[in-house]
Design a protein around this ligand. Structure first.
Ligand SMILES: Cc1cc2nc3c(=O)[nH]c(=O)nc-3n(C[C@H](O)[C@H](O)[C@H](O)COP(=O)(O)OP(=O)(O)OC[C@H]3O[C@@H](n4cnc5c(N)ncnc54)[C@H](O)[C@@H]3O)c2cc1C
Length: 406
């Protein structure tokens, strides 16, 4: 099998596949983007990511995506840590401390679904991107010269698409990763997280647009999304033995919300779902001409909002390298650097931070809880410490560290 094509085949029109496709196409690289969902169900995806960190906004801006999503999101410079057991605000972190580090000293609360909707419009309009919706990637093969991706359309018609490189932006269940027999190292938490979407303005109780709430029995996260109607997302832990349906009965959802914040009358619940949380990193991010990016390479707990953000950072790192390879400015060995850089970030930043975040929120020992809260309070109150904390929580430090990796 040989292929002299310079085309990059990207599997998956998630945030990672779309950002990669746009960055490549804008540098004159021909891209084929394969997405299994069709026009009719592309926007029917369960709620997932939504907090976009400063460095990610900078990358969105580079491809012209920021100006499309900013009006659909909420600019949130401040986030909170709360102690639910004491009903008290522990610390408020203000991204203004990053004003000399980024053009975007805030996060943008804008859901994944809005991001991919806008990015897909851009991808379809770009002459260098061949977008194949309702097309499922099934397998691939590669040689020293190229790759061939096998896909099937809705009617079951098969096609073989030739290219120079294949990038898996397929998400956690990546066929490419499994076909390459790459171990997905890590673990899965035994308990699932319950997500409730509710139309109620929690700001009237002092909450910020983005809140991490510790509690020895029931930690939670609380995030605001722009409507209409304006919605808040509340995450709660569940027990491994809990019944899925019982957890999501309307009266059970109301009871949970009322226990979290009692109020007269029912909450207006817009939806709910349960999700399983994994902490895993692929042992390799690349074999030959097949490369993993985003959730296909690493998955983590959403506490800290790092999965999509770090996946988008993979996409831009990889785009820069593929562009230079295809222009023959550098050799393929730069793809090994991609793996060294982005695997380091996945293990040392994304995994480490999100696991630490969960531990802090779920801590049961009163002495450790007090120590954690005192430390957060001190950090938020000292501008130097607050900046260092925010550089890490917003993944800017991860990008700076990756730059130092040869
Ligand atoms: C509740 C929740 C909240 C989260 N919040 C945040 C947050 O605030 N910030 C953050 O950074 N991250 C967050 N995350 C993580 C984030 O959602 C993921 O990291 C991100 O969506 C990964 O993007 P991706 O493009 O790699 O994969 P996905 O978003 O999973 O996209 C993969 C795409 O590939 C397509 N596909 C899959 N298989 C095939 C195939 N065989 N053929 C063709 N197409 C295929 C899928 O249909 C999909 O469109 C959250 C996750 C959850 C569960």
């Amino acid at each position: 099998m040989t292929s002299k094509s310079d085309r990059v085949i990207v599997i998956g029109a998630g945030p990672v596949g779309l950002c990669l496709s746009l960055a490549l196409a804008q540098a004159d690289v021909q891209v084929t983007l394969i997405e299994q969902l069709g026009e009719h169900n592309f926007l029917d995806q369960v709620p997932r990511a939504g907090t976009n960190h400063p460095a990610t906004l900078d990358m969105f801006d580079r491809i012209g995506l920021y100006e499309r999503i900013a009006p659909r999101g909420i600019i949130a410079p401040v986030f909170h840590y709360w102690d639910r057991a004491r009903g008290e605000l522990v610390a408020a972190f203000d991204h203004i401390h990053l004003k000399d580090d980024t053009r975007f000293p805030y996060v943008l609360q804008c859901e994944r679904i809005k991001i991919i909707e806008e990015a897909l419009v851009m991808a379809k309009a770009h002459p260098n991107i061949d977008v194949r919706m309702a097309t499922t990637f099934t397998s691939f093969e590669q040689s020293a010269d190229g790759v061939v991706a096998h896909v099937a359309d809705e009617a079951g018609a098969n096609e073989a698409i030739a290219g120079a490189y294949l990038v898996s932006g397929e998400g956690a269940r990546s066929i490419v990763r499994k076909d390459l027999d790459i171990a997905f190292e890590g673990f899965t938490y035994p308990d699932r997280t319950l997500n409730i979407e509710v139309a109620y303005d929690f700001r009237r109780h002092g909450y910020a647009e983005r809140n991490y709430i510790s509690d020895p029995d029931e930690w939670s996260n609380l995030f605001h999304w722009k409507g209409p109607p304006d919605r808040w997302r509340v995450h709660f832990p569940t027990k491994p033995e809990d019944d899925e349906q019982a957890l999501q009965r309307p009266e059970a959802l109301q009871a949970r919300l009322q226990a979290f914040l009692p109020k007269p009358g029912d909450y207006e619940i817009c939806g709910s779902n349960l999700y399983t949380v994994h902490q895993r990193v692929a042992q390799k991010f690349r074999v030959g001409r097949a490369i993993l990016a985003g959730d296909s390479a690493h998955v983590n707990s959403p506490i800290g909002a790092m999965g999509m953000n770090s996946g988008v950072h993979d996409a831009f790192n990889l785009a820069d390298k593929l562009i230079r390879i295809l222009r023959k400015e550098v050799g393929e060995e730069v793809l090994d650097r991609y793996e060294r850089q982005r695997r380091h970030v996945a293990v040392q930043h994304t995994q480490a931070e999100t696991m630490r975040n969960k531990r802090v929120l779920a801590e049961k020992d009163p002495a450790v809880r007090k120590k954690n809260h005192d430390q957060l309070r001190r950090t938020a109150e000292d501008p130097k410490l607050a900046r260092a904390f925010l550089l890490r929580s917003s993944l800017i430090e991860s990008l700076r560290e990756a730059e130092q990796i040869a």
